[in-house]
Design a binder for this molecule. Structure first.
Ligand SMILES: [Zn+2]
Length: 365
């Protein structure tokens, strides 16, 4: 048995706690099983164990895992690199199915090693795209919850295709309002909701998009909102539509999300790493960049950034599995990352100083 004590991140913030762990590969296991380490005892206020910082497993609320196969250094603006027909899609066309599966597996393995247990992925290439990612994901199903939001292959409504996507995916995540004919997009949104599945989209990433029309589609969440006005963000807060920000991806294109403004307006805010061709899945890096670029825009508490990668997506998006609210996900697993203590304020330490190499172990409760 191992004992750790230190700051423990709850939905309300850090509390001092002590936990006892049993199992896992660090212990002599006569049966040769590599069983998951699990928490056998929790005591609030205890401090006799090895010093540690304990947080829920990290939640990456926005990726495009599929473009991990693209290895070129991208050149150009957002539409030229990741827009329909852009560099990314040309590179994907040249890649074989085997190459794609291999790259996706490598990416997912890194995500698991980095302490991530939930990912929301916007999956391109319609039905074929889903078939590729599902084959790659088979090896990771026990460790990682990959929530797949698909999209029609040609940015056009097609009844047959959409019905197939509804059966094979968990929702729809489209590129942007500007890439679609509004009537066709509305039909996609309506069909998605008739299946009681979430419909989400990128919004105001390259240029401002009409928020009234976007919100009237009944979106589950929006990604980016860099070019959104104060009133656009306020509309999201009023309509209770969460925003996922991906600062490393935005900065690649010379843009910085205004995280302090989003937090001031009290819009629900989560964090993701976006395109695999631009960024690793590492949420420690994303939190650090989010914190530093938030400071360039105003004041931010590092705890708010840490929450964007842990509890906010669980509460606000409610699409995850690990540590999710038990009411909506009956059999959700509770999983925590135990980090080497850095000795300072825990949220600041996690966001600015700690990383995957500081993970002592990942435990189940
Ligand atoms: Zn994206």
């Amino acid at each position: 048995m191992r004992t750790y004590s230190g700051p423990f991140l709850t939905t309300e913030g850090f509390i001092q706690a002590e936990i006892n762990i049993e199992g896992g590969k660090d212990e002599d296991d006569i049966w040769g099983d590599d069983d998951t380490p699990s928490v056998v005892d929790f005591e609030e206020g205890g401090d006799s164990g090895k010093p540690a910082v304990i947080i829920p497993t990290l939640y990456n609320a926005h990726t495009h895992v599929g473009d991990s196969v693209v290895k070129d250094v991208p050149k150009g603006n957002i539409p030229e690199v990741v827009g329909p027909g852009g560099l990314k899609f040309k590179a994907l066309e040249k890649s074989s199915r085997d190459q794609m599966i291999k790259s996706i597996k490598m990416y997912l393995r890194k995500a698991v090693e980095d302490g991530i247990r939930d990912i929301i992925d916007f999956r391109e290439d319609g039905v074929e795209g889903l078939s590729i990612i599902k084959e790659a994901y088979e090896d990771f199903e026990d460790d990682l919850r990959l929530f797949l939001m698909a999209r029609p292959e040609k940015n056009r409504y097609n009844d047959w295709e959409l019905n197939n996507l509804m059966n094979l995916s968990e929702g729809i995540g489209v590129s942007s309002y500007r890439d679609w004919d509004p009537d066709q997009l509305r039909r996609v949104a309506e069909v998605t909701k008739s299946f009681e599945k979430p419909f989400a989209m990128h919004c105001s990433e390259f240029e401002r998009e009409p928020i009234e029309e976007v919100l009237s589609l009944g979106v589950h969440h929006l990604v980016h909102m860099i070019e959104a006005t104060h009133d656009d963000l306020l509309a999201c807060a009023i309509e209770d539509v969460p925003i996922v920000v991906c600062p490393r991806s935005n900065m690649f294109f010379g843009k910085i999300p205004d995280i302090p403004k989003m937090l001031d307006i009290e819009v629900k805010t989560c964090l993701g790493t976006d395109n695999a061709m631009l960024s690793s899945p590492n949420m420690f890096r994303e939190m650090e960049v989010a914190y530093r670029c938030a400071k360039m825009k105003g004041k931010v508490d590092p705890l708010q950034i840490l929450m964007m990668a842990t509890w906010n997506p669980r509460k606000d998006l409610n699409l995850g599995y690990h540590n999710s609210q038990k009411e909506s996900n009956g059999d959700a697993r509770e999983t925590y990352v135990i980090l080497e203590a850095a000795g300072g304020k825990p949220a600041y330490d996690v966001v600015t100083k700690l990383g995957p190499r500081d993970i002592i172990e990942i435990v189940e409760w």
